[in-house]
Design a protein around this ligand. Structure first.
Ligand code: SF4
Ligand code: FES
Length: 248
């Protein structure tokens, strides 16, 4: 295939960015989206141009580093991570727009790379447990209802990619925050900090400048791990419980 990509180029945070077009001939449908960018970058480097900066690490859909907005959709046309998107999702002659996550709390560092440190600070505000867990316990030592274990596991699959924020018209990180709160709050080990966790993480979420959830659902539609909107209801219930306890 021969495709054209229009890529956001921005040399540094304090310099205005712009879209720049590049032709990419000889694209195989078997290439991943990031491999297509690798090929383009090799050519740019050989020609003495600055390669396009973008993030990736595992390239297996587990680290959450590779977020890009592709043709206006976070992670592109498939509900997966950008590294798991393949060029067979596109056609010969396509023009593909590639932009970084667009959200004020995720400032652009360079080209397609954004600073997602805001997520780290939300985790630091409560995404942990203090219960001494020691080595891996015997499976039946601490009984967890199957339903809770399943929901906690599903929530734990959130990879912190930030697609939910990029897709949300409010720039809300509620789906991410709710996934972390649900993961720990459903397990016995997560109970000691259950209330301080939700208060701390939601407060940090707001302090970082993320917007609030108005139940639009764009977040869950692009989430590569399918974290459901109900997770945010669970966060709201925990938050209400913590606030009411604080008022008693
Ligand atoms: S909730 Fe989904 S979209 Fe949001 S950070 Fe987690 S994995 Fe990514
Ligand atoms: S590079 Fe790790 S999830 Fe895409």
């Amino acid at each position: 295939m021969k495709i054209t990509v229009r890529v956001w180029r921005q040399p540094s945070p304090d310099v205005a960015g712009r879209m720049v077009s590049y032709e990419v001939p000889d694209v195989s449908e078997h290439m991943s989206f990031l491999e297509m960018l690798d090929v383009l970058n090799e050519r740019l480097t050989m020609e003495g141009d600055d390669p396009i900066a973008f993030d990736s690490d595992c390239r297996e859909g587990i680290c959450g580093m590779c977020g890009l907005v592709i043709n206006g959709i976070a992670h592109g046309p498939q509900q997966t991570t950008t590294c798991q998107l393949h060029m067979r999702s596109f056609s010969d002659g396509d023009v593909i727009d590639i932009e970084p996550w667009r959200a004020e709390p995720f400032p652009v560092i360079k080209d397609l790379v954004v600073d997602r440190g805001a997520f780290d600070r939300i985790i630091q505000a409560g995404g942990y447990i203090s219960a001494p867990t020691g080595t891996a316990p015997e499976a039946h030592a601490q009984l967890v209802p199957k339903r809770d274990a399943d929901h906690a596991f599903d929530a734990a699959t959130c990879i912190g990619c930030g697609a939910c924020v990029a897709a949300c018209p409010n720039g809300s990180a509620m789906l991410f925050t709710a996934a972390k709160i649900t993961h720990l709050g459903l397990l016995p080990q997560g109970q000691p900090e259950r209330h301080s966790r939700v208060l701390g993480m939601v407060s940090q979420h707001d302090e970082e400048g993320f917007g609030n959830c108005t139940n639009i659902g764009e977040c869950t539609a692009v989430c590569p791990k399918g974290i459901p909107l109900e997770t945010i209801s669970r966060l709201n219930r925990d938050l209400l419980g913590a606030l009411m306890k604080g008022n008693n």
